[in-house]
Design a protein around this ligand. Sequence first.
Ligand SMILES: Cc1cc2nc3c(=O)[nH]c(=O)nc-3n(C[C@H](O)[C@H](O)[C@H](O)COP(=O)(O)OP(=O)(O)OC[C@H]3O[C@@H](n4cnc5c(N)ncnc54)[C@H](O)[C@@H]3O)c2cc1C
Length: 369
Amino acid sequence: MHTSPLQAPLVMVGGGHAHLVALRQWIASGQQAPAGSLLINAQPYAWYSGMLPGLLAGRFAAAQCRIGLASLAAACGMQLICDELLALDANGQAILLASGKRIGFTRLSLNTGALPVINFATDGSLPLVGAKPFPGIVQQCRTWQALPPTHLAIVGGGAAGVELALALRISLPTTQLSLFCGNGLLASHPPRLAQLARIRLSEAAVKLHETLPIERISEARLYAAGRAVAQPDAVVLATGAAAADWQLASGLQCDERGFVRINSQLQSCSHAHIFATGDCASLPNTPHAGVYAVRQGPVLAHNLLAEDNGRQRQRYQPQPRALALLACGDGSALLSYGRLATQGRLAGKLKDWLDLRFMHAHQLATQDD
Ligand SMILES: Cc1cc2nc3c(=O)[nH]c(=O)nc-3n(C[C@H](O)[C@H](O)[C@H](O)COP(=O)(O)OP(=O)(O)OC[C@H]3O[C@@H](n4cnc5c(N)ncnc54)[C@H](O)[C@@H]3O)c2cc1C
């Protein structure tokens, strides 16, 4: 990549959770990014994953679940560029965007999330709908509501798979739904939460297949354990986080799955002027989940400006356990914290309160949509 004529002191790529919190923090404390700094995001909005199941289930409108980035950036003295980062040259300190623009940077911050994992072969005979990016699945769900499919398969037995299955049950009441888990349902959560989720899925007539990893898609059929196990109209991927290819090609030190290795100050382990947070980053004891990205935000806000402000950088310490709240689509939720697991309307109210509080704080910060 050649050095770009366009040069910015700070470039923040991705409107992920940590960047939203960092920008809001700067606004609240009256700080500005260095003049000429840029925020780059593929779309003009940041979508809030916690409310996506509620949006698909018809409990929220789209405008409640997304944050307009232009005014958030402007309030911090930054310009929003709606574009996609295609390549990063970490040594050359430059990025290449889908529009063909090349931008050089003094400091870069990545909060670009992750892609769905596709860990099976496919002949392309079935549409694959990723849980991310969110605008794609929201649009697809609207199309399905107009013309309901006979059968959808959801692949992935983690929190997102359970939430999507229960949300789709409400938006597509006549569609047969199957949920395939590579191992046990909610394997990284307490066994009691998995048991509560099994009951909810059964009540919602979602056919659950545990410990049945999908091996391939061929001639519009899903194969597992060497046999055809379903013939759906489409496959929804809730398969966890995969790293974008450009991360590994960037020259940044990455872990074995391609996520950017960072230190506790949220800097790349190989390039101190590049920061990474949220799902695109790799830090011990830090799962890929929005709640961890949110907690990185205040530390990132401080550290990105620490040098300019003549301050010491702060360290991010991941919380030892996090509250998990899984929306059931009807206003109730499954809850786990440590080994505790429960469910009900109260858990749903707590989830709504936390989610709406997060959105309200950002919308107030910018008085955006
Ligand atoms: C259905 C579902 C429900 C979930 N619910 C929860 C929950 O309740 N709690 C929880 O903790 N986690 C939840 N998660 C996980 C959560 O979504 C992720 O962990 C979280 O979004 C990661 O946030 P992030 O800050 O890394 O980036 P993201 O929120 O993924 O944001 C990344 C942003 O970067 C942009 N972007 C990506 N690539 C580029 C590029 N190349 N160039 C420019 N812009 C780019 C994207 O458009 C996006 O705006 C859920 C996930 C799903 C699928």
